[in-house]
Ligand binder design. Structure first.
Ligand SMILES: C[S@@+](CC[C@H](N)C(=O)[O-])C[C@H]1O[C@@H](n2cnc3c(N)ncnc32)[C@H](O)[C@@H]1O
Length: 219
């Protein structure tokens, strides 16, 4: 199906599977408790698109974590960034590449499991901007991201995570703060479809601790 995602003054028109539920694979779930959340554009994903649409990203490098179809990376690319969409589902990356090409965007998309990032993605670090939407929905996600995100960042990196106030986001946020990361939170009302978490999405912004104060993020 086609879906339209408002992003500032433009609208992203993308194709995605009509039903995430129809893609549920018992074997995948048994193996790693994977569910095909990638096939939807979540309210936080829409908030992230809108926010990026207001940014001038010319000449910036951007990586999207758990991007699903990668709409955040697409908007970043439209705003002038060298953007990379990542997700652990190969099918998500196939949709990401198809949609980026259909929109005429010069954007990369690569399969990446947070727990085992490919060497070539790490080799391109530090990124100027690390983005994600609705990626802190399980406790194990926070643990994996707390280990991964510092490896993607340099002193000037900004991390932006849009999250619909999932309870499992809290240990990650607190762990980053304890490790000395600068932190600001913004509350953004959701326009359009609201999920079970309600009409407010939190936008979490982090900046690395000052040089020499880099402690591991422990949850
Ligand atoms: C709720 S969806 C959000 C998708 C998209 N960011 C959005 O907001 O529309 C969470 C995404 O995280 C991805 N994900 C979950 N665990 C992951 C992992 N260990 N490594 C990489 N991606 C993962 C899922 O495949 C899914 O695309």
């Amino acid at each position: 199906m086609w879906e339209e995602i408002p992003a500032g003054a433009t609208t992203l028109r993308i194709r995605r599977p009509p039903s995430a539920e129809d893609l549920i694979d018992e074997a995948e779930f048994a193996d790693d408790e994977r569910l095909p959340y990638w096939a939807e554009i979540w309210p936080s994903g829409r908030v992230l698109c809108n926010l990026l649409a207001a940014m001038d990203l010319r000449g910036r490098s951007v990586i999207e974590l758990g991007g699903g179809i990668g709409t955040g990376a697409m908007v970043a690319s439209m705003r002038g960034a060298t953007a990379l969409a990542t997700d652990w589902y190969p099918a998500a990356i196939a949709f990401s590449r198809w949609n980026a090409a259909n929109l005429g965007l010069d954007m990369r998309a690569e399969v990446m499991d947070w727990r085992d990032p490919p060497a070539e993605v790490l080799a391109d670090a530090p990124y100027d901007l690390v983005i994600g939407a609705d990626i802190l929905y399980e406790a194990r996600n926070g643990v994996a991201l707390a280990a991964l995100i510092p490896r993607m960042c340099g002193p000037g990196t900004q991390v932006i995570i849009a999250d619909p106030r999932r309870p499992d986001a809290r240990p990650f946020i607190e762990g980053m703060q304890r490790a000395g990361w600068r932190y600001v939170r913004e509350e953004v009302p959701v326009a359009g479809r609201v999920d079970e978490a309600g009409p407010i999405v939190h936008v979490h912004r982090f900046g690395p601790p000052p040089a020499g104060h880099n402690a591991p993020v422990v949850l």
